[in-house]
Design a protein around this ligand. Structure first.
Ligand SMILES: Nc1nc2c(ncn2[C@@H]2O[C@H](COP(=O)(O)OP(=O)(O)OP(=O)(O)O)[C@@H](O)[C@H]2O)c(=O)[nH]1
Ligand SMILES: [Mg+2]
Length: 410
């Protein structure tokens, strides 16, 4: 089939799809709302099936079904005349966000969905969404309407001018605004911004922004060195080979979330720390291993707390108290690692219990390795603290490597 015929065919099938959707469910035919007449400049219709997208907008979603249609409507208005596409990267939201995106796709094929199962994480979602596009310009926007899509046109213009590699929607430049944030949240955001600026040497005013656009090659030349940890994809990009990246900031006001729930929680601070750690020492030591080690220290504290309470206060024998403390510490270690170290692929339900059993087994072997290595070193006249530390290090490496492979399957 000749290419022109193929395109005609595509157009006809899209027109048919629209007719089918309109007949099946008139309520879904918001396509007229998506494209109010007169919004497009004359002679440049914004909707061209088959026209390759110049700008790919990626929106990460978790439980944003109620916001998607309005987001698409606003993007369509803001980018009338432009060839754009929207990739919704959904982490298998239970509220049916992916299905909502599928319904939008049926009436507007510029909307696509990338569904990830058994995974979580805003940064990795954005990276995978951007990699799924062939558009020369990419943008990232939240799905909950807190980022104003009208800024997308200016972002695209700045990128096309060629004097910027990346354009960031900034809440901290003149004209920008945090909106209606509570004082603790504003303080947290400013604190994290200052840490990123002072510790990691980031120069821009709002490296924590989740609203930005970039040339595709800026991503592709860095993608293998990105951490993909947590919430802060812009910071990740900025800290990956930051030299000679020309960044322009455009002010915007952070809007209020009207529908759906925030996914912001305490883990964001932890993930921010992990990201910085990965950027600072990740070349030598994986951040996940450091996280695993820190959780291990917490397990040690739990062990001593339980042991001392049982042995000193209740008259339980030392062996019984030690055994109970060991089991508790393993359980706590597993639960906290599942929540924090592996927040991007947590085990749930039955898999949680199976994971716990496997983890306990791995730790048992780790403890044997610890004792084996330490006593071997001790018999070779190593000083006892050195022998003990090397034994602990050996079991930590074993526990981490084997649980990453079998418990949380990397
Ligand atoms: N794919 C994916 N998207 C996520 C995940 N967590 C959050 N998101 C999306 O990322 C965007 C930002 O998350 P929000 O919870 O709105 O975070 P926020 O804007 O800093 O917080 P609020 O102001 O309280 O809304 C939204 O579109 C979320 O649906 C996730 O684990 N996976
Ligand atoms: Mg939000």
């Amino acid at each position: 089939m000749h290419y022109d015929e193929f395109i005609d065919d595509q157009n006809r099938s899209v027109a048919n799809d629209l007719a089918v959707v309109a007949r099946a469910d008139p309520g879904q035919l918001f396509v007229s709302a998506l494209r109010p007449s007169g919004a497009e400049p004359p002679g440049v219709p914004s909707y061209h099936p088959g026209r390759p997208a110049d700008l790919c907008i990626v929106t990460p979603t978790f439980n944003e079904a109620e916001n998607l249609a309005e987001l698409v409507r606003r993007i369509d208005l803001a980018l009338a005349g432009e060839a754009w596409e929207l990739i919704v990267v959904d982490d298998d939201s239970p509220d049916g966000t992916a299905e909502a995106a599928d319904r939008l796709h049926a009436v507007d094929p510029r909307v696509r969905v990338l569904r990830r199962v058994g995974r979580r994480g805003l940064s990795s979602a954005c990276i995978e969404g951007m990699l799924a596009s062939s558009a020369p310009y990419l943008a990232v926007i939240d799905a909950d309407l807190q980022h104003d899509p009208r800024l997308l046109r200016s972002m695209l213009q700045r990128l096309r001018q060629g004097d910027a590699d990346m354009v960031v929607g900034s809440r901290y430049t003149a004209g920008g605004d945090l909106g209606t944030w509570s004082s603790w949240r504003a303080r947290l955001s400013r604190g994290a911004t200052q840490v990123a600026q002072r510790l990691a040497g980031v120069e821009i005013a709002d490296p924590m922004s989740g609203f930005f656009a970039l040339r595709r090659d800026v991503l592709t030349t860095r993608v293998r060195r990105l951490s993909g940890v947590g919430f802060k994809i812009l910071l990740d990009l900025l800290l990956t080979a930051p030299r000679d990246l020309r960044v322009v900031e455009l002010p915007y006001r952070f809007g209020e979330r009207v529908r759906g729930e925030s996914k912001l929680c305490g883990a964001v601070v932890w993930e921010f720390g992990l990201l910085l750690l990965d950027k600072l020492v990740g070349r030598w030591l994986p951040a996940r291993f450091v996280a695993f080690g820190l959780v291990g220290l917490l397990g040690l504290a739990v062990h001593f707390l339980v042991l001392s309470q049982l042995y000193l206060r209740t008259g339980v024998s030392f062996i019984a108290a030690q055994a109970f403390a060991t089991v508790t510490a393993i359980g706590v270690n597993f639960a906290v690692n599942n929540l924090l170290t592996y927040a991007d692929r947590p085990l749930r339900g039955l898999r949680w219990w199976r994971g716990l059993a496997g983890f306990a087994l791995i730790c048992g072997v780790g403890a044997a390795a610890n004792i084996g290595v330490a006593s071997w070193l001790f018999t070779r006249h190593a000083q006892w603290p050195v022998a003990a530390l090397i034994g602990i290090a050996a079991s930590a490496v074993w526990n981490y490597a084997v649980s990453a492979r079998y418990t949380w399957r990397s």
